[in-house]
Design a protein around this ligand. Structure first.
Ligand code: ATP
Length: 292
């Protein structure tokens, strides 16, 4: 549903995207993760047409998004990181505006809005101006504006930032339901347990490119887990050692004649995967322009 290849984008001398590739299939949720400044939001902005890449290709469904942007954007629902809502009008009126952009009119539009309000637990707030809502409530409204009209591609940029558990749970359920109905979803977050809940595949971004792509199982199994052994002899301290092959490491330990009292293997987690990205790439100060 989405194929992005070789995207580059520089701001002055700073490369926000540096050969960014990402494909997302219908029904797939991709968790796009990476440190602050890795290029996630810039990628989302190039797909939405807000930012023009310096090079690369973007296909959305049958359309070349850089040539047929208007047609491509009709297939897109976006929840940007910086909320973009009309504060002076009600939740329902916001949804009417966004539904109108997808071509929905009349009774079909009203039925669709009622469905999305219900899905994101916003029905009781429908008549209130967005400007008086709390941050978490606005996040849900923003997600609703992305989902109204059931676009086949959803780009959700940190949709649960600052959300309480109830808001988070409403959003995650709605995202799962959309993917089950066939939508392709790009989901950025710094809160990794959400990606387990969503059963998302992963794309790890670093310094403007995707450096690893796959299922959670594929990406974590390359990492070491931890073998923890306590011993029958209370004088022996507990052993904790990284391992990629716990069976072989335990066999080697038993061969030394020591008697374990308990054995535990901690499997590598998404946190370990995130840590494997290393520390955030430091922002380089921009070099001053050369003086002629
Ligand atoms: P975060 O997790 O903090 O949201 P991100 O992965 O979304 O980070 P981006 O917002 O895409 O990262 O930023 C990538 C790089 O591009 C950063 O170095 C950022 O400072 C730079 N950048 C992004 N937008 C602009 C802009 N409009 N002008 C100048 N530099 C920008």
């Amino acid at each position: 549903m989405l194929v992005a290849e070789g995207l580059t984008k520089s701001y002055g001398r700073r490369r926000a995207l540096d050969g960014f590739d990402l494909s997302v299939a219908p029904g797939e949720i991709v968790g796009l993760i990476g440190h602050n400044g890795a290029g996630k939001t810039t990628f989302v902005e190039t797909v939405t047409g807000l930012v023009r890449p310096d090079a690369g290709r973007i296909r959305i469904g049958p359309y070349d998004a850089l040539r047929a942007g208007r047609d491509a954007r009709r297939l897109l629902g976006v929840a940007p990181q910086e909320l973009a809502l009309y504060g002076g009008v009600t939740v329902r009126e916001n949804l009417r505006l966004f539904a109108g952009l997808t071509g929905l009119r009349g009774r079909r539009r009203d039925v669709e809005i009622a469905r999305v309000l219900e899905e994101l637990r916003l029905t009781d707030l429908a008549g209130r101006p967005v400007g008086v809502l709390s941050g978490g409530q606005r996040r849900r409204v923003q997600a609703a504006t992305a989902m109204v009209g059931s676009p086949p591609l959803l780009l959700l940029d940190e949709p649960t930032a600052g959300a309480d558990p109830e808001t988070r749970s409403a959003l995650l359920s709605a995202v799962k339901a959309r993917a089950e109905a066939g939508a392709a979803v790009v989901y950025t977050t710094h809160y990794l347990p959400e990606l387990v809940d969503l059963d998302a595949t992963l794309a790890l971004a670093r310094a403007g490119r995707v450096i690893a792509r796959g299922t959670q199982e594929e990406l974590t199994r390359r990492l070491p887990g931890e073998l923890r052994v306590t011993f029958a002899d209370p004088a022996e301290p507990e052993l904790r050692t990284p391992t990629t092959d716990p069976g072989a490491d335990l066999a080697a330990l038993l061969a030394t004649g020591r008697t374990p009292a308990s054995v535990d293997v901690r499997r590598p987690s998404l946190d370990d995967l995130y840590r494997s990205l290393g520390t955030a790439v430091p922002e380089k100060p921009e070099a001053p322009d050369a003086v002629a």
